[in-house]
Design a protein around this ligand. Sequence first.
Ligand code: AMP
Length: 425
Amino acid sequence: MKILVIGGGGREHALVWKLRQSSRVQQVYCLPGNGGICEEATCLPGDPKSLASLLSAAHQIHPDVTVVGPELPLSIGVVDEFSRRGLRIFGPTQKAAQLETSKSFAKEFMQRHKIPTAHYAVCTSEEELRKSLGLFSTPVVVKADGLAAGKGVVIAATKEEAAKAALEMFSGKLLGTPVTHVVLEEFLEGEEVSFLVLSDGERVAPLVPSQDHKRIGDGDKGANTGGMGAYSTDSLLEAGMAEWLVNHIAKPVVAGMKSEGAEYRGVLYCGLMMTARGPMVLEFNCRFGDPETQAVLMRLDSDLLDAIEASIDGRVSDGDFKWSKDASCCVVVASGGYPGGFVSGKQISGLDKASQLANVKVFHAGTSKRDGVIYTNGGRVLGVTARAPRLNEAINRAYEAVRLISFEDMYYRKDIGARALRAQK
Ligand code: AMP
């Protein structure tokens, strides 16, 4: 079979790597891919944000299955367009992707279907904002509607700060483009867990849980990023919790979407806060997470293409995934200065040595390849991922591999998974 993967980050490298392990896959294409992906797939030029570009690539190569990595193509209706033309594609339609693309839709949907989430208010004007702020205590969370690549959430210590952030979201000062809806949300405390399920519109099959590290600095300090590392281990969830999450969150979401005429197929990513009042949904994403996917797929022992086809064909079952009991850890290596300004084009060395370590896979995110040499080409550059029977071993192995890699101004967090290790003691 011929597979087309859309996207060019670490998540897409992990998808390409895993799909290539399927005995039924003959060829993998990736649009646009990156320096590392090009070593494992045929990279196609094109713009993943343009439907015309994606359709033209599909007409050229006739993929048997297309797998969408990032949210943007989903938000502009790539699944609708491909399906209309009889092309098999994995992911939700534009309407179903609203669970991620509109925070106000997601909150109102959760309220309609009694899915546990933080108290909230949707505001569309300064007047509404001032009134609603009176109903919240501090800290209060301010969220912009729409895709904001992790920059649309502000945790405000005071109401003045919350009002300032919300007004800057309305005016466009904060995100570059104005938003019409701002969500105020109760601040929740607890451990965050990324809980993903595969859905065929009706049935769901859970993936193993993982935890992302969103802040740039050790100890969860500093600016929000796309994600600086992740780990996955079964002990992230207490016994029986995965089943509870399937029955009280994943299944009601999928049933609710179906009842509202927006059948949800693909991966449903539930970002959860495990609070004293029980698990609460912070956000939904309509695709695999990045860098969680790198950690999660490292533990997958079965055929990813089988699972993806089960979602497309409407036959998802619990047996779609076989998971290793091992733990995994992905350390993101970034360009110095990220998530602010940074300089690309630095030569990366040590990649071969790092890749030779047992049970290590170096996924490329922002890289490019010229004349056989790999250069940095983005903020998040690599996702160095390891798997081992115990979490501490997986973490040590990932850092051992990271230390073999170097480029000018390379930056990475030193504490990926550290909180989980402290909790295990
Ligand atoms: P979101 O894009 O909604 O997942 O928000 C990004 C990050 O902001 C989350 O991963 C949390 O760390 C934090 N966050 C979002 N909502 C809340 C909340 N209600 N309470 C505490 N932290 C939150």
